[in-house]
Design a protein. Structure first.
Length: 95
């Protein structure tokens, strides 16, 4: 999966969430599966509450965590791919 830097990342309407201790528990409504998000995953989930450009999200994570840019891009792409497959986020590629 490739995500362009100007692609918009946003939460889908297919989930609900609650906070439990230091984690966010997200339920995929269609499947009923639960996902626990802590630390970096929680930060990403909170960041995509409103649509955000992929490149801006990469920049933000690089500022908050000591990570090389390409590693950040690769790991974020993989994570968002899992979330998209689970219908928790939408990745909208701009023309």
């Amino acid at each position: 999966m490739h995500i362009a830097m100007d692609a918009l990342i946003s939460r889908s309407d297919e989930s609900t969430e609650t906070e439990l201790d230091d984690e966010i528990i997200v339920m995929a409504i269609e499947t009923g599966k639960l996902y626990g998000m802590g630390d970096v995953a929680k930060d990403i989930w909170l960041a995509v509450e409103m649509p955000v450009k992929f490149g801006d999200l990469v920049d933000r994570l690089q500022q908050d965590y000591d990570v090389e840019r390409q590693v950040c891009i690769d790991d974020l792409t993989t994570f968002l791919g899992h979330l998209e497959k689970s219908k928790l986020v939408r990745v909208t590629h701009c023309p």
